[in-house]
Design a protein around this ligand. Sequence first.
Ligand code: FES
Length: 272
Amino acid sequence: MALNLARRIIGAAGHGGPQRFYHRSAPVLSGGLSQHQNTPDNTEETPFDFTVENYQKVDKILGRYPANYKQSAIIPLLDMAQRQNGGWLPLAAMNKVAEIVEQAPMRVYEVATFYTMFNRVKVGKYFIQLCGTTPCMACGAEEIRTTIEEHLNIKDGETTADGLFTLKEVECLGACSNAPMVQMNDDFYENLTPESTRQLLDACAAGNKPPMNKWGSLPMNGQMSCEGPIGNKFALLDGPLEGGKSDKRFRTDGALDGQQIEPSSVKEHMLY
Ligand code: FES
Protein backbone atom coordinates (compact mmCIF):
# COMPACT_ATOMS: atom_id res chain seq x y z
CA MET A 1 0.00 0.00 0.00
CA ALA A 2 2.76 2.45 1.03
CA LEU A 3 4.78 1.55 -2.09
CA ASN A 4 1.83 2.17 -4.37
CA LEU A 5 1.21 5.52 -2.69
CA ALA A 6 4.86 6.49 -3.10
CA ARG A 7 4.75 5.60 -6.78
CA ARG A 8 1.68 7.75 -7.32
CA ILE A 9 3.31 10.67 -5.56
CA ILE A 10 6.51 10.27 -7.62
CA GLY A 11 4.49 10.00 -10.79
CA ALA A 12 2.52 13.16 -10.09
CA ALA A 13 5.27 15.28 -8.56
CA GLY A 14 6.50 18.48 -10.10
CA HIS A 15 4.79 18.34 -13.48
CA GLY A 16 1.62 20.26 -12.79
CA GLY A 17 -0.07 18.02 -15.31
CA PRO A 18 -2.34 15.05 -15.03
CA GLN A 19 -1.32 12.40 -12.55
CA ARG A 20 0.78 9.63 -14.15
CA PHE A 21 1.28 6.16 -12.75
CA TYR A 22 4.69 5.04 -13.89
CA HIS A 23 4.33 1.54 -12.48
CA ARG A 24 1.38 -0.40 -13.72
CA SER A 25 2.22 -3.95 -12.75
CA ALA A 26 -0.91 -6.03 -13.03
CA PRO A 27 -1.92 -8.34 -10.21
CA VAL A 28 -0.46 -11.80 -10.22
CA LEU A 29 -2.03 -13.89 -12.98
CA SER A 30 -4.55 -15.51 -10.73
CA GLY A 31 -7.40 -13.09 -10.98
CA GLY A 32 -5.61 -10.95 -8.41
CA LEU A 33 -6.29 -13.49 -5.69
CA SER A 34 -3.93 -15.83 -3.94
CA GLN A 35 -6.71 -18.40 -3.57
CA HIS A 36 -7.23 -21.07 -6.18
CA GLN A 37 -10.42 -20.70 -8.20
CA ASN A 38 -11.81 -23.71 -10.02
CA THR A 39 -12.18 -23.40 -13.79
CA PRO A 40 -13.20 -26.16 -16.22
CA ASP A 41 -9.54 -26.95 -16.94
CA ASN A 42 -8.21 -26.47 -13.45
CA THR A 43 -9.76 -28.41 -10.59
CA GLU A 44 -8.38 -30.85 -8.07
CA GLU A 45 -9.69 -33.66 -10.28
CA THR A 46 -8.04 -32.40 -13.49
CA PRO A 47 -5.55 -35.12 -14.43
CA PHE A 48 -1.90 -34.20 -14.30
CA ASP A 49 1.14 -36.42 -14.28
CA PHE A 50 4.69 -36.00 -15.50
CA THR A 51 5.65 -37.66 -18.75
CA VAL A 52 7.94 -40.69 -18.71
CA GLU A 53 10.77 -38.49 -19.96
CA ASN A 54 10.15 -35.91 -17.25
CA TYR A 55 10.00 -38.58 -14.56
CA GLN A 56 13.61 -39.32 -15.47
CA LYS A 57 14.36 -35.64 -14.83
CA VAL A 58 12.43 -35.85 -11.55
CA ASP A 59 14.87 -38.51 -10.41
CA LYS A 60 17.85 -36.38 -11.44
CA ILE A 61 16.47 -33.35 -9.64
CA LEU A 62 15.71 -35.29 -6.46
CA GLY A 63 19.22 -36.73 -6.66
CA ARG A 64 20.64 -33.25 -6.09
CA TYR A 65 19.36 -33.16 -2.53
CA PRO A 66 19.64 -35.34 0.57
CA ALA A 67 16.88 -37.93 0.75
CA ASN A 68 15.45 -36.29 3.86
CA TYR A 69 15.23 -32.87 2.15
CA LYS A 70 13.09 -33.73 -0.84
CA GLN A 71 11.21 -30.46 -0.35
CA SER A 72 14.30 -28.69 -1.71
CA ALA A 73 13.15 -29.88 -5.14
CA ILE A 74 9.83 -28.05 -5.01
CA ILE A 75 10.88 -25.10 -7.19
CA PRO A 76 12.59 -27.08 -10.00
CA LEU A 77 9.72 -29.59 -10.04
CA LEU A 78 7.11 -26.84 -10.21
CA ASP A 79 9.08 -25.26 -13.03
CA MET A 80 9.18 -28.53 -14.93
CA ALA A 81 5.45 -29.07 -14.37
CA GLN A 82 4.73 -25.58 -15.67
CA ARG A 83 6.84 -26.14 -18.79
CA GLN A 84 5.16 -29.48 -19.46
CA ASN A 85 1.77 -27.86 -19.08
CA GLY A 86 2.27 -25.07 -21.61
CA GLY A 87 3.50 -22.35 -19.27
CA TRP A 88 1.06 -22.49 -16.40
CA LEU A 89 0.62 -24.50 -13.24
CA PRO A 90 -2.71 -26.17 -12.51
CA LEU A 91 -3.71 -27.22 -9.02
CA ALA A 92 -3.31 -30.91 -9.88
CA ALA A 93 0.32 -30.31 -10.87
CA MET A 94 1.06 -28.68 -7.53
CA ASN A 95 -0.54 -31.64 -5.79
CA LYS A 96 1.57 -34.04 -7.84
CA VAL A 97 4.74 -32.19 -6.80
CA ALA A 98 3.63 -32.34 -3.16
CA GLU A 99 3.16 -36.08 -3.51
CA ILE A 100 6.64 -36.52 -5.01
CA VAL A 101 8.43 -34.49 -2.34
CA GLU A 102 6.28 -36.02 0.41
CA GLN A 103 5.02 -32.70 1.72
CA ALA A 104 1.58 -31.37 2.55
CA PRO A 105 0.11 -29.68 -0.56
CA MET A 106 0.01 -26.38 1.33
CA ARG A 107 3.84 -26.35 1.41
CA VAL A 108 3.84 -26.39 -2.39
CA TYR A 109 1.03 -23.83 -2.70
CA GLU A 110 3.05 -21.49 -0.48
CA VAL A 111 5.94 -21.63 -2.94
CA ALA A 112 3.81 -21.36 -6.09
CA THR A 113 1.91 -18.34 -4.78
CA PHE A 114 5.05 -16.55 -3.57
CA TYR A 115 7.19 -16.63 -6.72
CA THR A 116 5.90 -14.65 -9.68
CA MET A 117 7.64 -17.06 -12.10
CA PHE A 118 4.74 -19.43 -11.56
CA ASN A 119 1.50 -18.75 -13.45
CA ARG A 120 -1.49 -20.33 -11.80
CA VAL A 121 -3.90 -19.52 -14.60
CA LYS A 122 -3.54 -20.30 -18.27
CA VAL A 123 -1.23 -18.07 -20.32
CA GLY A 124 -0.66 -17.72 -24.04
CA LYS A 125 1.89 -19.65 -26.07
CA TYR A 126 4.02 -16.51 -25.95
CA PHE A 127 4.11 -15.12 -22.43
CA ILE A 128 5.34 -11.53 -22.73
CA GLN A 129 6.77 -9.96 -19.61
CA LEU A 130 7.26 -6.26 -20.24
CA CYS A 131 9.69 -4.52 -17.93
CA GLY A 132 8.19 -1.27 -16.61
CA THR A 133 10.83 -0.34 -14.04
CA THR A 134 12.56 3.04 -14.10
CA PRO A 135 15.35 2.58 -16.72
CA CYS A 136 12.96 0.86 -19.12
CA MET A 137 10.22 3.37 -18.35
CA ALA A 138 12.63 6.26 -19.04
CA CYS A 139 13.62 4.65 -22.36
CA GLY A 140 10.10 4.11 -23.64
CA ALA A 141 8.53 1.10 -21.91
CA GLU A 142 5.15 2.83 -21.83
CA GLU A 143 5.27 3.26 -25.60
CA ILE A 144 6.20 -0.41 -25.99
CA ARG A 145 3.32 -1.42 -23.74
CA THR A 146 0.90 0.69 -25.76
CA THR A 147 2.30 -0.79 -28.97
CA ILE A 148 1.78 -4.35 -27.73
CA GLU A 149 -1.69 -3.61 -26.40
CA GLU A 150 -2.80 -2.00 -29.65
CA HIS A 151 -1.14 -4.57 -31.92
CA LEU A 152 -2.59 -7.53 -30.03
CA ASN A 153 -5.82 -5.87 -28.88
CA ILE A 154 -5.26 -6.88 -25.27
CA LYS A 155 -4.52 -5.04 -22.05
CA ASP A 156 -1.93 -5.75 -19.39
CA GLY A 157 -2.72 -9.10 -17.77
CA GLU A 158 -4.85 -10.36 -20.67
CA THR A 159 -4.48 -13.13 -23.28
CA THR A 160 -5.35 -12.82 -26.96
CA ALA A 161 -8.49 -14.62 -28.13
CA ASP A 162 -6.39 -17.07 -30.17
CA GLY A 163 -4.41 -18.02 -27.07
CA LEU A 164 -1.10 -16.97 -28.62
CA PHE A 165 -0.03 -14.04 -26.45
CA THR A 166 -0.32 -12.99 -22.82
CA LEU A 167 0.99 -9.60 -21.71
CA LYS A 168 2.14 -8.85 -18.21
CA GLU A 169 4.08 -5.86 -16.96
CA VAL A 170 6.77 -6.83 -14.47
CA GLU A 171 9.56 -5.22 -12.52
CA CYS A 172 13.24 -5.07 -13.57
CA LEU A 173 14.44 -8.10 -15.52
CA GLY A 174 18.11 -7.20 -15.26
CA ALA A 175 18.71 -6.00 -18.81
CA CYS A 176 18.50 -2.28 -17.99
CA SER A 177 21.43 -1.32 -20.26
CA ASN A 178 19.38 -2.46 -23.24
CA ALA A 179 16.10 -0.86 -22.21
CA PRO A 180 13.30 -1.04 -23.11
CA MET A 181 12.92 -4.79 -23.25
CA VAL A 182 10.58 -7.72 -22.85
CA GLN A 183 11.07 -11.32 -21.83
CA MET A 184 9.13 -13.71 -24.03
CA ASN A 185 8.99 -17.16 -22.47
CA ASP A 186 12.68 -17.79 -21.64
CA ASP A 187 14.23 -15.21 -23.96
CA PHE A 188 14.97 -11.49 -23.77
CA TYR A 189 14.28 -9.05 -26.60
CA GLU A 190 16.01 -5.76 -25.99
CA ASN A 191 16.42 -2.21 -27.30
CA LEU A 192 12.86 -2.36 -28.55
CA THR A 193 11.18 0.28 -30.62
CA PRO A 194 7.50 0.27 -31.55
CA GLU A 195 8.45 -0.94 -35.03
CA SER A 196 10.74 -3.76 -33.88
CA THR A 197 8.13 -4.74 -31.29
CA ARG A 198 5.50 -5.14 -34.00
CA GLN A 199 7.99 -7.13 -36.09
CA LEU A 200 8.70 -9.40 -33.13
CA LEU A 201 5.01 -10.02 -32.49
CA ASP A 202 4.28 -10.67 -36.15
CA ALA A 203 7.20 -13.11 -36.39
CA CYS A 204 5.92 -15.03 -33.36
CA ALA A 205 2.37 -15.08 -34.71
CA ALA A 206 3.74 -16.55 -37.94
CA GLY A 207 5.60 -19.23 -35.96
CA ASN A 208 9.03 -17.69 -36.62
CA LYS A 209 10.16 -16.57 -33.19
CA PRO A 210 13.64 -15.06 -33.61
CA PRO A 211 16.23 -17.65 -32.54
CA MET A 212 18.84 -17.15 -29.88
CA ASN A 213 22.45 -16.99 -31.02
CA LYS A 214 25.76 -17.12 -29.22
CA TRP A 215 24.96 -13.88 -27.38
CA GLY A 216 21.55 -15.05 -26.28
CA SER A 217 18.64 -13.08 -27.66
CA LEU A 218 20.14 -10.29 -29.74
CA PRO A 219 19.12 -6.72 -28.97
CA MET A 220 16.51 -5.73 -31.52
CA ASN A 221 18.58 -2.81 -32.84
CA GLY A 222 21.38 -5.04 -34.11
CA GLN A 223 24.02 -4.20 -31.54
CA MET A 224 26.08 -6.92 -29.87
CA SER A 225 25.28 -7.96 -26.31
CA CYS A 226 25.04 -4.88 -24.02
CA GLU A 227 27.79 -2.90 -25.72
CA GLY A 228 26.97 0.62 -26.80
CA PRO A 229 25.85 1.43 -30.31
CA ILE A 230 28.55 1.20 -32.98
CA GLY A 231 30.72 4.34 -32.89
CA ASN A 232 29.79 5.12 -29.30
CA LYS A 233 31.59 2.43 -27.38
CA PHE A 234 32.64 4.52 -24.38
CA ALA A 235 31.90 2.05 -21.64
CA LEU A 236 33.33 -1.29 -20.55
CA LEU A 237 36.90 -0.38 -21.47
CA ASP A 238 39.36 -3.22 -21.57
CA GLY A 239 41.83 -1.86 -19.02
CA PRO A 240 42.64 0.92 -16.50
CA LEU A 241 42.99 4.55 -17.46
CA GLU A 242 46.60 5.71 -17.83
CA GLY A 243 47.26 9.41 -17.37
CA GLY A 244 43.59 10.09 -17.77
CA LYS A 245 43.60 8.31 -21.09
CA SER A 246 43.28 4.72 -22.06
CA ASP A 247 45.18 3.04 -24.84
CA LYS A 248 43.00 0.01 -24.39
CA ARG A 249 40.46 -0.77 -26.98
CA PHE A 250 36.97 -1.96 -26.50
CA ARG A 251 36.79 -5.72 -26.68
CA THR A 252 36.41 -6.66 -30.29
CA ASP A 253 33.45 -8.61 -31.53
CA GLY A 254 34.53 -12.20 -31.64
CA ALA A 255 37.14 -11.76 -28.89
CA LEU A 256 35.27 -14.32 -26.89
CA ASP A 257 34.80 -16.74 -29.75
CA GLY A 258 35.38 -20.25 -28.53
CA GLN A 259 34.74 -19.28 -24.92
CA GLN A 260 31.04 -18.70 -25.10
CA ILE A 261 28.38 -20.93 -23.82
CA GLU A 262 25.78 -22.09 -26.26
CA PRO A 263 22.45 -20.89 -24.78
CA SER A 264 20.68 -24.12 -25.64
CA SER A 265 23.26 -26.08 -23.65
CA VAL A 266 22.38 -24.01 -20.58
CA LYS A 267 18.77 -25.11 -20.91
CA GLU A 268 19.84 -28.72 -21.22
CA HIS A 269 22.01 -28.38 -18.14
CA MET A 270 19.09 -26.89 -16.23
CA LEU A 271 16.91 -29.84 -17.32
CA TYR A 272 14.47 -27.49 -19.08
S1 FES B 1 14.65 -1.61 -15.69
FE1 FES B 1 14.02 -2.86 -17.35
S2 FES B 1 15.45 -4.48 -17.31
FE2 FES B 1 16.02 -3.28 -15.60
